[in-house]
Every structure is written in C-alpha cells, then in structure tokens.
Ligand binder design. Sequence first.
Ligand code: SF4
Length: 68
Amino acid sequence: MVSELATWHGKSRSDINWHPIVDPKKCTGCGMCVVTCGEKRNVFGYDRSLRKAVVLNPDNCMVGCNNC
Ligand code: SF4
C-alpha cells in the first residue's frame, strides 16, 4: 500500500471495508477505471487476456469516493 494511503482520519485503512469490486459479467473492458485509479493509486490493473479490469490494491481506494 502507498504509505500516505495507510490511514484515513487516523484509522487504519485496512480496517475500513471500502473498495471497488469488478463484476466480470458487467465489465465491458473499457479501462476507464484503470486509467483513473490505476497509475497513481494503483487500485486497478488490466487483464489483457480477459480484457477486463482487476482490483489489485483495494485498500488504495479513497474512502467515500464512488466515481467508479
Ligand atoms: S472509488 Fe474512487 S478512489 Fe476508489 S478506485 Fe474508484 S475512482 Fe478510485
């Protein structure tokens, strides 16, 4: 986990259940979530063989954000 994302308002991020889940049946493989939160936050990766987004680091997701 990126160190500055390890806590949220003093609480350990790993104790907060807030993160995206990719439903492969619904994912169209557009990659927008990977572009948005793949590089800096490293939440997502992209499985090129399946052409689907995958969640790599769920605890890097910003608590309260629901953009994706
Ligand atoms: S909810 Fe927000 S912070 Fe979390 S992965 Fe999606 S866009 Fe990124």
